[in-house]
Design a binder for this molecule. Structure first.
Ligand code: MG
Ligand code: MG
Length: 261
């Protein structure tokens, strides 16, 4: 495992600015999501918005990834590549976005409903969001990495869902992926102890069916082995005493979604 870079207050402030821009970009994407729109349309809007805000898309070119957004539909878990296929009513789509602002990465994701989505899939989204909230609750000074994974796993499995193990959350800073790894499964009281100055991206990836995943032939997209839907929500979090500081935000997204109703 790589070196852990603990952040100063100034650095956390910069990470917050970058993370905030991701939240605002996801809200621009949210405005557009409906049947008939393509994921390339979403990608274009996101890239323009990020550049208009004097930032750089964080994923574009990262390990050769071709686009600004990861757009992962239905049985795609993460790392989906935008394409020109129209979204259809009943789809769910995880939109994962990264930015670089003042040298620091922001990284957050939200899974959206397209048109009318089945109740059992709506519940998957709700529970995955709850998994993220429960993980953030325990992401505090003195707890351990295993407490975060335990919180996600317990809530997901209690609801009969599969927890993806091959992909994990991560430290965040001047690099998109820093140490430590932040798995969505684990044992209470195990793993590295959380300290002030640590900034991590927590990102439960929860499957309606079994936990197993495989790599799609495109070399990027990770899909569920059983073909059932998967959900993904992500926040950037600074570890604090008593209560974590959430640097990213879904507030702008949820405001857009409320206004759509
Ligand atoms: Mg992400
Ligand atoms: Mg991430």
């Amino acid at each position: 495992m790589g070196k852990i870079f603990y952040k100063t207050e100034e650095e956390i402030e910069l990470l917050k600015e970058s993370s905030l821009l991701v939240g605002k970009t996801l809200a621009e994407v949210a405005k557009l999501i409906k049947p008939g729109v393509t994921t390339l349309d979403l990608d274009k809007i996101a890239e323009e918005f990020i550049r208009d805000n004097n930032a750089i898309p964080g994923f574009k070119g990262y390990n050769g990834f071709p686009n600004t957004l990861c757009t992962s539909l239905n049985s795609a878990v993460v790392h989906g590549i935008p394409n020109n296929k129209p979204l259809q009513s009943g789809d769910i789509i995880s939109v994962d976005c990264g930015t670089i602002l003042n040298g620091f990465y922001g990284d957050a994701a939200y899974t959206f409903e397209v048109g009318e989505v089945k109740p059992e899939i709506k519940k998957l989204l709700q529970v995955t969001k709850e998994c993220l909230a429960k993980a953030i609750e325990v992401a505090i000074v003195g707890n351990r990495i295993g407490d975060i994974g335990f919180a996600v796993q317990e809530h997901a499995e209690k609801n009969g869902y599969g927890v993806v193990r091959e992909l994990v959350g991560h430290g965040l800073g001047r690099n998109l992926h820093e140490a430590p790894e932040v798995p969505n499964y684990g044992k209470r009281g195990y793993g590295m102890q959380l300290k002030e100055g640590l900034v991590i991206a927590i990102e439960p990836m929860i499957n309606l069916g079994k936990r197993n995943v495989r790599q799609h032939e495109d070399g990027w997209t990770v899909v569920t082995s059983d073909g059932l839907p998967s959900a993904h929500f992500e926040h950037d979090v600074a570890i604090r005493k008593g209560k974590a500081q959430v640097l990213s935000t879904h507030e702008f997204v949820e405001e857009v979604l409320r206004n759509k109703l």
